[in-house]
Design a protein around this ligand. Sequence first.
Ligand code: NAD
Ligand code: IPM
Ligand code: MN
Length: 368
Amino acid sequence: MDKQIVLLPGDGIGKEIMESAKLVLTSIASEYNHHFTFHEQAIGGDAIDQYGVPLPEDTVNACQSADAVLLGAVGGPKWESIPVHLRPERGLLAIRKSLGLFANLRPVQGFAPLLHASPLKEEVIKDSDIMIIRELTGGLYFGEPSERVENGNAVVDTLYYHRTEMERIIEKGFESARIRSGHLTSVDKANVLESSRMWREIVNEKAKEYPDVTVEHLLVDAAAMKLITQPNQFDVIVTENLFGDILSDEASVLTGSLGMLPSASVRSDNVGLYEPVHGSAPDIAGKGVANPLGMILSAAMMLRYSFGMEEEASEMERAVSETLEQGYHTPDLNLKNGKQVSTRKLTEIVLENLSTNRISDSICNSYV
Ligand code: NAD
Ligand code: IPM
Ligand code: MN
């Protein structure tokens, strides 16, 4: 297959981990006779430095005509004091909005060799496998007005959701629960917020269309607690934008590092933007030690969701898993008896694992 892929490395470790994803995708393409063309574009602080804006028009146009988009991360201290509407993060929010990517799928799946890398007890986290579905283009992030008022002595942020925005993400939650274990946890703050009461009503209405899915409502504060005390009680979590942002960073603790979490930001067709959950990690940027696995796993999600390349995606995930089983890891992971390596070295090992022990090889071997 021929695919046009826009790469948005962005800032900080974004550039370092994008290099890893590109190498892995190039290797998978040659193995399966695909032709991936990469188009690198600027976003975030990188775009501000080059063009004075966090999301140049060229970047939007390239993303709109691409088959899929891969994004590293944006932001950093260099751009913290510029006016808020010109900050790197605005570029990210704007590209999500302009592509209509309302659903952010954040799988939180522990790899067996990393069970002891989490600060949580192994018996608490084992068997946890969660899909967080976060609404991505509405809520407090986009509501207007959002400004200082009363001569700067007061402030207003607006939480706006149209019913249809809630319906489509809640449907995603039910659809995902239906093909997984049939259990959906809806997270809200219905004891306080009107938006959450409307959210809960819609969840209950939709539940009638999905009799095969059991639904549980949790208040977000209790959900935050339960996520790290009984994570294996969750399967699919559906929630609004801000709650999903916070809960997914929290859930990354189950996997041993925020650097492990991939995500897919999608709409109703197959177009998507794929990005690790973490940010630009200014504290380690430029040191060559960033964990590239969340980025590589995001690229695998791209193959699966946007291109329908299930086997290729599984191959990439297998190569990541084997790399961890062999004990290799970047310094963010606290592995007993592990072999700590750089971003580049870890990527090389993933590439080696890709070219050996392929799924097709092991299937062949199992017949001989
Ligand atoms: P962060 O996710 O960048 O970093 C949090 C901590 O996790 C840091 O200690 C960092 O070193 C570590 N970490 C994150 N990813 C890692 C990786 N792949 N390998 C090893 N360690 C990793 O969050 P922050 O420090 O709060 O934010 C830094 C900047 O990133 C801010 O400007 C923020 O707005 C931005 N940000 C961007 C995105 C995005 O582009 N999607 C997401 C979150 C934060
Ligand atoms: C994320 C990030 C972004 C968000 C920021 C950088 C705008 O935290 O992708 O999780 O809050 O959505
Ligand atoms: Mn976040």
